[in-house]
Design a protein around this ligand. Sequence first.
Ligand code: NI
Length: 186
Amino acid sequence: MSILKISRLGHPILRRVAAPLTADVLASADLQRLIDDMVATMVDEEGIGLAAPQVHASVRLVVLGDPDADAEDSDSLPLTVLANPIWRFRSAETDEAWEGCLSLPGLRGWVPRSLRVVVGGIDRTGRAVEITAQGYLARVLQHEIDHLDGVLYPDRMTDLTRLTFLDEYRRYWQPDPDGDDDGDED
Ligand code: NI
C-alpha cells in the first residue's frame, strides 16, 4: 500500500464533479488498490474520512471511519467504503459542529449539516448498500460526498467569522481547552 499525496484547496480537481464508477472499473485491480491506498492515507493522516478527489482521482468514491474501530464503542465509526453514493434522504433539521479537512490543512470551520441522512451506493465489491446515519456519521458522510461534487466545507458555512486556524481554534473556540480534541479532518 502507498500513502497518496493529498490535493489542497486551490487544486482544480477539488472543484470538479467526479465521475461515477462502472462495475468493471470498480472491480479492477487498479481501483481496488486505490481503495486500499485511500484507507492507508486516511489512517496515516489521522483523518476520519477521505474522498477520491482528495488523492487526485476524480471518481465517486469515499472512505471513512476507522479500520480499528471497536464495535462496542458507539463513538467510533467502522471503516466504510462507498462508491457512487446517492442521497435518499437529508433531514431539514440541522445541527452545527466544527469540521476540518485534509485538503484545508490547519483550519477549522463551524458547519451546519443535516442531522439525519440516508444514502445509497455500492460497496467495494459492487454490492448495493444503504446507510442510515445521524449526528457525527451523518456529518462525515455529507462532508465526504460533498467532495464528489466539488463542494468544500467553507461553502456550507453560514458564518465565516467561524473559520479559524487551528492555533486560534484552540485558543478561542475549542469547547474544552484542557482536552486534546482538535476535531477531525475529513
Ligand atoms: Ni474534506
